[in-house]
Design a protein around this ligand. Structure first.
Ligand SMILES: NC(=O)c1ccc[n+]([C@@H]2O[C@H](COP(=O)([O-])OP(=O)(O)OC[C@H]3O[C@@H](n4cnc5c(N)ncnc54)[C@H](OP(=O)(O)O)[C@@H]3O)[C@@H](O)[C@H]2O)c1
Length: 401
């Protein structure tokens, strides 16, 4: 008989920036508010690379537990025996070194997207997770939305026939009011700073690719010759570069000849998927099959509805709303990141080292796709963030302290 006591996992949070705050607020919501009763979450430690005071200010800001340990270095966090799983919430430039620091210490790891800067780094992290026999997953939260699960089920059940094409875009118009070709971020910002693996693709384009992959790759039967049995795409990319050298406007064609499918993933920081930022613009994602189409509105990372349009019929559009539950006891927090956290908890509870919803080989295949696109676009990142040699004392781990 199943236990009625929820399985609890204890989180250690690495970094105190924007996404760490958003994720932690979701961890602090009551799982029952999203009708989850089998797992729950505790934040037991937070670390900042800069100071323990910053970590303490962070936990206060999110009204986290007073018992949370607060550290001024990532090394102390990964050494904390109370921590079951480390959430890596640093810029993607840092993910390889930071995730390796945690895996090497024997910790389970949930690492923000983009998983790494290169595919070789991703492969090395997976190898380390295997060596240490720990759980490891890329934090592509959208994959775990009930909406995404439903869309994948509709495709698998043949609801729109054979899917031959997916077009997906995630773009934001970040241009200045002067319309001078600049974006509003300073050149030092992680969105455009190559030292922090800046650029539209690794930050935003990965969500467009997520939709291409979860509709054209993830759903493929695993029955043929490659290690996963799935067909990775060949990649044709076009990129324009911002004056910092990071990509500002990127389009990728993913070609799956065996399944006769093509995915088109686009991303930009010069124009928006939605000119006015609202969900009423044209669909952000079109999943096109022989018997119909599924459309998903902007933003691709956090959609709250989808539509099904069938070939046979009177042209009716079936719109399905998928609101994200909030916790009234927590000031209506609820961003949608809790579902990926629940997945981590269930994997740990069940002794799984990877999630079937976002398996290691698929994260690597997406990194390979992005790497190919960056190569074709001529974007080169600095050696410090592309090396696949782990260094516990790298400034990316120590914050130059
Ligand atoms: N899943 C999502 O929806 C989502 C949304 C936004 C971002 N992200 C991902 O989350 C990661 C962090 O993004 P963010 O928006 O949270 O960034 P952010 O606000 O700039 O925070 C990044 C944090 O990383 C730490 N850090 C360590 N070295 C740093 C350095 N040299 N420069 C800047 N920060 C440094 C800092 O925390 P300490 O000083 O405490 O160490 C900083 O607060 C990125 O990989 C991004 O792609 C995901």
């Amino acid at each position: 008989m199943a236990s009625s006591t929820p399985y609890t996992i204890k989180w250690g949070i690495m970094a105190t920036g924007w996404i760490a705050e958003t994720f932690c607020k979701d961890l602090l919501t009551d799982p029952a508010a999203r009708d989850v009763h089998d797992v729950r979450h505790e934040i037991v430690a937070v670390s900042s690379s800069t100071s323990a005071d910053r970590a303490a200010a962070f936990i206060k800001k999110i009204d986290g537990p007073a018992s949370t340990s607060t550290y001024g270095s990532y090394a102390e966090l990964v050494a904390d025996p109370r921590v079951d799983v480390v959430y890596v919430a640093t810029p993607h430039s840092h993910h390889f070194q930071n995730a390796m620091l945690a895996l090497d210490a024997g910790k389970n790891v949930l690492c923000e997207k983009a998983l790494t800067v290169t595919a070789a780094q991703a492969r090395k992290l997976v190898a380390k997770a295997q060596e240490k026999k720990v759980f490891f997953m890329e934090a592509v939260w959208t994959r775990f939305f009930p909406l995404s699960i439903k869309v994948r089920e509709l495709i698998a059940s043949g609801e729109i026939g054979t899917v031959y094409r997916t077009m997906a875009d995630l773009s934001f118009n970040e241009t200045t009011d002067e319309d001078d070709g600049r974006v509003s971020f300073p050149d030092s910002h992680r969105m455009v700073n190559k030292d922090l693996a800046g650029g539209a693709l690794l930050d935003l384009g990965i969500y467009a690719l997520t939709w291409v992959f979860q509709t054209l790759y993830h759903v493929q039967p695993s029955s043929s010759s490659s290690s996963s049995g799935k067909e990775s795409p060949t990649v044709l990319a076009a990129m324009n570069k911002y004056h910092t050298g990071a990509d500002e406007n990127t389009s990728i064609i993913c070609h799956f000849p065996r399944s006769r499918a093509i995915g088109v993933a686009t991303t930009s920081i010069l124009v928006g998927t939605s000119p006015h930022g609202k969900t009423t613009a044209a669909p952000a994602i079109r999943i096109q099959g022989s018997r119909g189409e599924i459309q998903v509105p902007h933003p691709a990372f956090r959609p709250t509805s989808y539509s099904v349009i069938r070939r046979e019929g009177d042209g009716a559009v079936e719109v399905v709303e998928c609101p994200i539950p909030t916790d009234p006891k927590r000031d209506s927090w609820g961003h949608g990141m809790f579902w990926e956290a629940d997945e981590c908890a269930r994997c740990l509870r069940d002794g799984k080292k990877q999630s079937v919803t976002l398996p290691w080989e698929e994260s690597i295949a997406i990194m390979e796709t992005m790497e190919a696109a960056l190569r074709q676009g001529g974007v080169e990142y600095p050696e410090q963030i592309t090396t696949d040699v782990y260094d516990a004392k790298s400034p990316l781990n120590t914050g130059n302290q």
